[in-house]
Design a protein around this ligand. Structure first.
Ligand code: WTA
Length: 631
């Protein structure tokens, strides 16, 4: 199933469009099924109703673990590099990982978990996080991993939305020279989570935590009570595998649902191809397992292909900005998959952190999460890849389950800042505002996908209508991505960024409405409007315009109060970079905030704000411009 030439890519692509069922049926043969499907695909985008590999039975962990035991049991599945470089790294072979997953799966059962139950995971980047994820899949429980940077309130919202029965966490996490008290945050969250019966706590940072009788148990104690034999639960191809919450332009984050069969095939196929993974290589994806990139390209994709996946607990700049390069050298990393924000951040330290570092093991480089600017692309290419490692700029989304538009390493000629061409099976189309297809090359428009692929979301948890509204209603019979896109003269795709009210801050998706709701929870705030603005390292920064009429004390202190409120409500990742107090917001007569104007002001524009004649009170614009200039 690995594509090795551009001609083969073209042939496979053609086949995947002309005969998708045959194409994916053949790809799926490369995986292990308990029972085959009777139909590869049935679908309509109006429901939407999407089914892949109908009738098939499997367990994804048999593909990620059991099937490698006979031939590759002693091969490293996971290499763990801790936050503190002085601490030893850990290697788990496939045999060891299999044993630990089975053991922990029995712990989950012992604590009442069954097939179909939802389990929230809030953990540091340690091997036990991957073990917890796989143990859920082993018993057919649905995992909902929440990134370690989210607040108690965000966790509680996610737990309640999915009515989770169990929580798996740790005493704390290290992040550079900081510690995050994960268990304290979970304790706060669980005050408002009546469905949670048990909380399993891993010892990691060894700080004191409170353990509630009857609810909280230690991971280390629990594993002593069970053995390591755990038959995998037989799952239907369309049974739920996991829920992952992601932000949209309105309302609360939604639980994107992925199912067992299609997701497995898509994650495995795209991993093997995009990175041109070769047996024995060490693959390092720097994302957190709390995001989709970690699900698909640290855990499921690589392990389904018997790869060695490196899990890094720390951050690129701790203890020094050489850390990534030290990790690459130490573990002889062959593939490095990271985010433009990390590249730009490391680039800002100049060449010094690279001096004396042996990066010769690197063969393939990858980028994900946001558009990569040309400067960062060239730096990555020249300084890290030494001009020899192809860069795969991979465009995809939580909803797509896996990479959609991307070069195939060693196969597709790359072009800086272009995600290049759709992978086999992916049929992108550009449309105008009215949903008319924009044909030909040298054009731009809104990016949609017109045919299903195995890794696509099936629904949003507990609210199918919302899934329909968000993704399948903007344009008839199309999946709408929310991204703007250009297709150049060569037919290459370049993603230009979101066209909806979703921000991309350091590669993290954040809804403007979510941040506004958080700011508005501050007692003194009447109203707020949040927009993104270009930021050198983060890609986008968050700019908040806030109406706060009765300022009692210090303006700076009030700003900090607002940031603290956002941290409490969402998490530190959503903290605005700039807060500007204003007396009014530019609104139309129907009361709609004109963000277009605020975006321009946030970018530093003072004239050319476009038509402001439809505003209820055009004077407010001048006032905002003046206070922005002073700030
Ligand atoms: C953006 C992350 C440009 C895009 C896997 C998308 C990108 C959103 C790229 C999804 C890329 C992701 N080039 N933009 N290579 N990759 N994006 O759900 O706006 O966290 O819609 O999934 O990130 O973010 P999500």
């Amino acid at each position: 199933m690995q594509i090795t030439s551009f001609e083969q890519y073209e042939a496979d692509y053609k086949k995947s469009v002309e005969n998708p069922e045959q194409f994916w049926g053949e790809v799926a043969q490369n995986f292990q099924w308990r029972k085959p499907w009777y139909k590869v695909l049935s679908w309509d985008f109006t429901g939407p109703n999407i089914k892949w590999f109908e009738g098939a039975k499997l367990n994804i962990t048999e593909n990620c673990l059991d099937r490698h035991l006979a031939t590759n049991g002693d091969k490293p599945a996971i290499i763990w590099e801790p936050n503190d470089p002085e601490q030893d790294s850990v290697t788990l072979t496939y045999k060891m990982l299999h044993e630990r997953v089975c053991r922990f799966a029995n712990v989950l059962k012992r604590n009442g978990a069954k097939k179909g139950d939802r389990i929230c995971i809030y953990m540091p980047m340690v091997p036990e996080l991957a073990i917890a994820v796989l143990a859920c899949a082993r018993i057919g429980a649905v995992h909902s991993v929440v990134f370690g940077g989210f607040s108690a309130k965000s966790i509680a919202d996610r737990i309640n939305d999915a009515a989770c029965k169990l929580v798996i966490t740790a005493d704390g996490a290290y992040r550079g020279n900081k510690q995050i008290p994960l268990k304290d945050v979970i304790d706060d969250a669980l005050i408002g989570c009546p469905t949670v019966e048990k909380c399993i706590v891993l010892t990691h940072v060894r700080t004191p935590v409170s353990m509630l009788k009857g609810r909280d148990v230690w991971w280390e104690d629990e594993v002593k009570h069970v053995n390591d034999v755990c038959e995998a639960e037989e799952m239907d191809a369309e049974d739920l595998l996991f829920i992952l919450y992601t932000s949209g332009s309105t309302g609360k984050p939604k639980g994107v649902v992925h199912t067992c069969g299609g997701y497995m095939v898509y994650a495995g196929y795209t991993f093997s191809n995009v990175f041109n993974y070769q047996p024995g290589e060490v693959y390092f994806c720097t994302a957190d397992i709390g995001w989709i990139t970690g699900h698909s390209y640290i855990v499921y994709g690589p392990l389904s292909q018997g790869a060695t996946s490196l899990i890094f607990e720390g951050i690129p700049t701790f203890p020094t900005p050489s850390r990534f390069w030290d990790v690459v050298e130490k573990h002889k990393v062959n593939t490095l998959y990271t985010a433009p924000t990390a590249i730009r951040s490391l680039m800002s330290f100049g060449d010094e952190p690279l001096n004396g570092k042996d990066l010769s093991s690197i063969r393939v480089l990858g980028s994900v999460g946001e558009p990569i600017n040309e400067e960062a692309w060239h730096w990555f290419d020249e300084k890290i890849g030494k001009g020899k490692a192809p860069i795969v700029d991979t465009w995809w989304q939580t909803e797509t389950g896996g990479i959609m538009i991307s070069p195939i390493a060693t196969v597709t000629p790359t072009k800086p800042s272009f995600a290049t061409l759709p992978l086999p099976g992916i049929q992108p189309i550009l449309v105008d505002e009215n949903g008319n297809e924009i044909e030909g090359n040298g054009v731009s428009g809104n990016l949609c996908i017109k045919f299903p692929w195995p890794g696509m979301l099936r629904t949003t948890y507990g609210d199918h209508e919302r899934c329909k509204q968000t993704y399948f209603s903007t344009y008839e019979n199309l999946y709408f991505t929310g991204d703007g896109c250009l297709r150049d003269e060569d037919g290459y795709y370049r993603i230009t960024g979101r066209v909806d009210d979703v921000l991309n801050v350091s590669g993290h998706r954040i809804g403007t409405a979510e941040v506004e709701n958080a700011i508005n929870m501050h007692a003194g705030v009447i109203e707020s409007a949040v927009v993104g603005y270009p930021h050198d390292v983060k890609g986008q920064g968050i700019y908040a315009f806030v109406i706060f009429p009765e300022m009692h004390g210090d303006v700076e202190l009030t700003k900090k109060d607002i940031l603290q409120t956002v941290t409490r409500v969402i998490g530190a990742i959503a903290k605005p970079d700039k807060v500007l107090f204003v007396s009014g917001l530019p609104k139309t007569r129907s009361g709609k905030i004109m963000r277009r104007i605020l975006r321009k002001i946030a970018e530093g524009e003072t004239s050319n704000l476009g038509d402001i004649s439809t505003l209820l009170d055009p004077n407010v614009v001048q006032e905002i411009i003046e206070s922005a200039a002073k700030a």
